[in-house]
Design a protein around this ligand. Structure first.
Ligand code: PML
Length: 264
């Protein structure tokens, strides 16, 4: 069995985070991918990094392979909150808890009202927050998508495609693959990136334009879990188990009035 390596890049300029990315590669790809990631840090729209941290490590276990979640691009809605209410009602996540969590992400989910580095973990239905560190949250890591799948996603999504989207889809697929996870809600903390998503177990990745107002610096991620999930097992899976997305079933535009017919 060929050895695989994790390559992680994190860059900043002064106090400002510039970019972060990671890949899982074979030995022969290490050099070219490392150069790609360094170039990404040096040519980023947020600025040119003055600090780049590159970490390369051999994987000690084989990655899990799973197909990407199907993607539904929602259209024809005026009010994001009503749209989220409709989506949460398709799941085991209570609508009022879902909306409260959305508002928490918009207002800054860390105890000081700022954005967390990782995700909140919200127990359903109690709403109890289970992440051990409320500033850091929980971060999914050791993930990638195979090249063929990546090309397929790009071709299917066309003009709606962004690298942020692809990375979020891979991340959310890893998160939703854990047994006790019911869903994940994401609002970017990039003030210029106003598309977010809600992923729901057994349904897919619902892409939501204008999930936040332009110019807002807060946002974040929330992972909804069933009661009785062992938080230490979830954290171990998210932060340590290597994961590669392989296979992509569908990308489709769904008008809001079609949601119930399609999913209930
Ligand atoms: C982020 O990277 O800050 C979040 C990205 C969310 C991507 C949502 C999408 O385009 O589907």
């Amino acid at each position: 069995m060929e050895k695989l390596y994790s390559i992680k890049m994190r860059s900043s300029k002064g106090e400002l985070h510039i970019s972060g990315a990671e890949r899982i590669v074979s030995e022969s790809e290490i050099e070219s991918i490392a150069v790609q990631l360094i170039n990404r840090a040096l040519n980023h729209s947020r600025g040119r990094a003055d600090f780049i941290n590159l970490k390369i490590e051999e994987l000690k276990e084989l990655p899990t392979f799973k197909p990407l979640l199907p993607v539904f691009e929602l259209t024809g809605y005026k009010c994001v909150k009503s749209l989220l209410e409709k989506l949460f009602s398709l799941s085991e996540i209570p609508v009022d808890l879902g909306i409260k969590t959305y508002e928490r992400l918009l207002s800054g989910p860390a105890p000081d009202g700022k954005t967390m580095r990782g995700a909140m973990v919200v127990e359903v239905p109690s709403g109890k927050r289970l992440e051990p560190d409320k500033y850091r949250g929980v971060r999914a890591s050791y993930l990638d998508v195979d090249r063929e799948t990546s090309e397929l996603v790009k071709k299917s999504v066309r003009e709606g495609y962004t690298e942020n989207f692809k990375e979020a889809l891979v991340l959310s697929t890893k998160i939703l693959s854990f047994e006790g996870v019911l869903g994940e809600l994401c609002v970017s903390d990039d003030p210029d990136y106003t598309t977010g998503y809600l992923s729901l177990k057994g349904k897919g990745y619902f892409r939501i334009k204008n999930i936040k107002p332009q110019g807002l610096f807060t946002g974040g991620r929330a992972i909804f879990i069933k009661p009785k999930v062992k938080i230490s097992e979830l954290i171990h899976y998210l932060e340590k188990v290597p994961f590669i997305a392989k296979g992509f079933s569908s990308y489709s535009a769904v008008p809001i009035e079609e949601i119930e017919r399609l999913f209930s």
